[in-house]
Write a protein that binds this ligand. Structure first.
Ligand SMILES: *Cc1c(COP(=O)(O)O)cnc(C)c1O
Length: 374
């Protein structure tokens, strides 16, 4: 699905040198590399505050902690996402309220949010899934009308941007009150271990998040609030600085690979190729196709032919055992449920070649012919 080793080989001497430098400095935690990375990411995203933390799940949890939500408060999000998004809501004693997705973008359907709002609703978490932005203008409007916070889960779309109807462009993760991202190795900006960050334009939230990640403290051994221990280590920051300088090139390589897949697949019966919505760019964290039928058989056959593929995600969160307590049932979010049975993500990374892609699609076509004939 990914080729991290060949990507590393392209930047090996720079990375090895940076790691050695951190080791010799012995500033493993909160060293100069972390501060430099935060500043550089803040410049890249065009947002004042970037606070690094331990991973993307922590970033989401810390964002909700910073908003002072009370147990029982409701947070609206999508059931078609990685579990972390809903997990942090549940962990803090808040209630996840799911909203179905748009069948074309796989992202939350902004038009379905308003009817879900109650007096307990405090926050919306749009997830910019697979590499393109949610339709943020109507989401921000419904949040504003109802006094709700917006926390963006930008673990999959760093480097994508949204265009508002007045022509203004903003990077994914910088449109709501707080943006969260992950530097998990396979993400578009991936470390060589765990990492994450929060972004905000709000000075007060910036200060508060800076405290929460560090045990609720700004002066050593004085604790203003209950926090957590969540930090990015200096070695990861040093690696991320090198990769951030190449992020646009990495995302361009993903887009190029996506357009090659598009060309190879566009006239194949039974396959829907991903569509980029008009208001956003796409950084193809995943290249996810949708099969009319036979997804399981196709995936098994691909595996037998030596082609990896993945299903993101096979079970929408409202139907996961752990989330049954919230009372949802089959049929509540028909679009998410249908797509969970149809989506298939193909190998997508910065080191794909046209030859590899042609081989993958030739094999896929052979399998599809057999599946539909039998
Ligand atoms: C990867 C991911 C996360 C969690 O990030 P970690 O760094 O693995 O904790 C959260 N949300 C989404 C949508 C993700 O893809």
């Amino acid at each position: 699905m990914v080729d991290l080793h060949n990507q590393y080989l392209q930047i090996q001497s720079e990375v090895d040198e940076a790691i050695t430098k951190v080791i010799n400095s012995c500033a493993f935690i909160n060293g100069a590399e972390v501060k430099a990375f935060q500043n550089e990411l803040s410049g890249y995203l065009g947002i004042d505050h970037v606070i690094a933390c331990g991973n993307g799940t922590d970033a989401l949890q810390i964002a909700l902690m910073a908003l002072d939500l009370k147990p029982g408060d409701e947070v609206i999000t999508t059931p078609f996402t990685f579990v972390a998004t809903a997990e942090v809501i549940a962990l803090l004693g808040l209630k996840p309220v799911f909203v179905d997705i748009d069948p074309t973008s796989y992202n939350m359907d902004a038009n379905k949010i308003a009817p879900l709002i109650t007096s307990r609703t405090k926050c919306i978490i749009p997830v910019h899934l697979f590499g393109q932005c949610c339709d943020m203008e109507p989401i921000l409007a419904v949040a504003e009308e109802n006094g709700l916070f917006v926390v963006e889960d930008n673990a999959q779309s760093i480097g994508a941007y949204y265009t508002f109807s007045n022509g203004e462009k903003k990077m994914a993760g910088t449109m709501g009150d707080i943006g969260c991202t992950s530097f998990y190795p396979t993400k578009n900006l991936g470390a060589f271990g765990d990492g994450g960050a929060l972004f905000t334009a709000n000075d007060q939230l910036g200060k508060k998040i800076t405290k929460i990640v560090n045990h609720g403290s700004s002066i050593k051994y004085y604790h203003d609030e209950i926090g957590v221990n969540s930090r990015l280590d200096s070695i990861q920051a040093a690696i991320l600085r090198i990769k951030l300088r190449r992020l646009d090139a990495y995302n361009a390589a993903r887009s190029k690979a996506a357009s090659i897949y598009d060309d190879l697949l566009k006239s194949v019966d039974g396959v829907k190729i991903p569509k980029t919505m008009k208001f956003t760019t796409h950084v193809y964290h995943q290249y996810t196709i949708c099969l009319d039928e036979g997804r399981e058989e196709v995936q098994t056959a691909l595996k037998e032919m030596g082609v990896s593929s993945m299903v993101y995600y096979p079970v929408p969160l409202h139907l996961q055992d752990a989330y049954k307590v919230y009372g949802y049932k089959k049929g509540d979010f028909p679009i998410s449920e249908k797509l969970a049975n149809q989506v298939l993500s193909l190998p997508m990374h910065t080191e794909l070649t046209e030859e590899i892609q042609e081989t993958i699609i030739t094999k896929l076509k052979t399998i599809l012919l057999k599946t539909y004939i039998s």
